[in-house]
Design a protein around this ligand. Structure first.
Ligand code: ADP
Length: 454
């Protein structure tokens, strides 16, 4: 599989963005023909919550700013130019995305190799609006206006190898483009159903939400409004079966209203779709009230109807990898297996946890680390393979310990990994004064204990 560098924008080592790299003598001069083989790189611009500027105006201003600068392009934040009063007033942050697809380890894309595509957006702070159907019932769905503040940073925090996230993003983007251009489905067929399957705790639900958030940002020129509806399949099989039929009807009536607005992009997320198939089976065998089969069938029929609408993307997850007996997912074009984190992913997840604890001053700072940033997996590997390893500075000794911790965590899910630093902290004898190295030792012990209890 392709070797990719996994970097989190919050923690990415960003190499002096302001420097005019083309002017530096060690770099090759720009090639004479630029236009054809430029790489498209997304630049996401988040407006301040207080900003009332038009998104289009902000986008144009950033485009002009980028034209004037000779940046090197690597995933991560770039400073908002303080000499531009309009941007300074309205922009919270500017982030370069997706370059890791193009660059091999340590290389950077230089401005003349890149065509930046600017996406400006403002996060919705409304939060989720649950449908409280009263009567003390579980709500049957949650709804968010995207891009939502709650999902900010989620995409970057999910770490996978072999370009899984990029592949998903590209698939979904192509599906939306085909639909928007009105490609005849009899001539070229595709659908907008995504199924992520794999063991529990591998981040499937989070990845669906993060993908919806990303697409809402990337497609906001075409779809200025965007919503995510999370259907609580379990709640539909509550003991109030007689009510469930009504709940499904109400839910889909609401979704239909959203979809009828053609400038609206709607994501419908159904977690653990296998529970629908299981409920239907149980109903058929008589072990569940026969009402439930009507509910499941109603839901499936509605989903089937919905998928023909051009502005809907259906996101589903499943913890089982075997075929799922549900008509609307068995034809999913995008089926991706989401596996347990590999060594590299475990290293990067734990690295991002440590970075956060140092940022929040729970751990003391990393000694000798430039900008207090631990080297990423690729850099660490390279250094550890060097023969003169004995002389290598402290950061790499710490990295070695981190690698040891990542190795000790084989078998833990991404969800358990993100909890591990917390458990380790609670196990410290002196939690108010801890250095990263001692903390890593405790974390390794904690991981071994967790694994022995699995
Ligand atoms: P699933 O739906 O597969 O059960 P979730 O989306 O509920 O998993 O994941 C729970 C949490 O575990 C996520 O919010 C995330 O913090 C963490 N997590 C799981 N897998 C990863 C990963 N590959 N990289 C980073 N974090 C992960």
């Amino acid at each position: 599989p392709m070797e990719i560098t996994l970097q989190n924008p919050q923690t990415a080592d960003f190499s002096e963005p302001e420097k005019d790299v083309a002017a530096s003598a060690s770099l090759p001069p720009p090639p004479p023909t630029l236009s054809e083989d430029k790489v498209l790189v997304s630049v996401e611009v988040c407006l301040k919550p207080s900003s009332t500027a038009r998104i289009d105006d902000v986008r144009s201003a950033v485009e002009r700013m980028l034209e004037k600068r000779s940046l090197s392009y690597i995933d991560g934040p770039i400073p908002v130019p303080l000499d531009d009063p309009f941007l300074k007033e309205n922009v919270q942050r500017i982030c370069i995305c997706d370059t890791d697809e193009w660059v091999q380890n340590h290389e950077v894309l230089l401005f003349w190799q890149v065509k930046p595509v600017v996406h400006a957006f403002q996060l919705s702070e409304e939060g989720s609006c649950e449908d409280l159907s009263g009567d003390g019932q579980l709500s049957s769905f949650n709804e968010w206006i995207l891009p939502a503040k709650e999902f900010d940073g989620m995409w970057e925090s999910l770490i996978y190898e072999s370009g899984l996230k990029q592949r998903l993003l590209r698939y979904a983007a192509s599906a939306l483009l085909f639909t928007d251009k009105g490609v005849d489905p009899f001539l070229v067929s595709w659908n907008r159903i995504i199924l992520l399957h794999g063991p529990p705790g591998t981040g499937k639900t989070s990845l669906c939400k993060a993908l919806a958030q990303k697409l809402s940002i990337r497609f906001n020129s075409r779809y200025p409004q965007c919503q995510l509806v999370e259907v609580n399949a379990h709640s539909l099989f509550s003991k109030w079966f007689s009510e469930s039929g009504k709940l499904v009807a109400k839910l889909f009536q609401k979704i239909q209203e959203m979809v009828d607005e053609e400038d609206n992009l709607v994501f419908v997320l159904i977690d653990e779709v296998e529970s629908l198939a299981a409920a239907r089976k149980a109903a058929l065998s008589g072990s569940e009230p026969s009402d439930s089969i009507r509910v499941v069938n109603a839901l499936l029929t509605q989903m089937d109807k919905l998928k023909s609408s051009p502005n809907v993307i259906i996101l589903t997850t499943s913890n089982i990898t075997a075929a799922i007996d549900i008509a609307f997912v068995d034809r999913a074009d995008i089926k991706a297996y989401v596996g347990p984190p590999t060594l590299q992913a475990r290293y990067e997840i734990l690295r991002s946890c440590l970075q956060e604890l140092v940022r929040k001053e729970i751990l003391s700072s990393f000694q000798d680390c430039e900008n207090n940033i631990l080297p990423n997996y690729a850099t660490m590997k390279e250094k550890l393979n060097m023969p003169e390893m004995q002389e290598v500075k402290t950061p790499f000794l710490l990295c070695k310990k981190l690698l040891e911790a990542a190795e000790a965590c084989e078998g833990l899910s991404g969800r358990s990994l993100r909890k591990l630093p917390f458990l380790a902290h609670a196990a410290l004898s002196n939690p108010y004064d801890c250095d990263p190295s001692g903390f890593l030792c405790t974390m390794i012990d904690t991981a071994r204990r967790e694994l022995s209890e699995l």
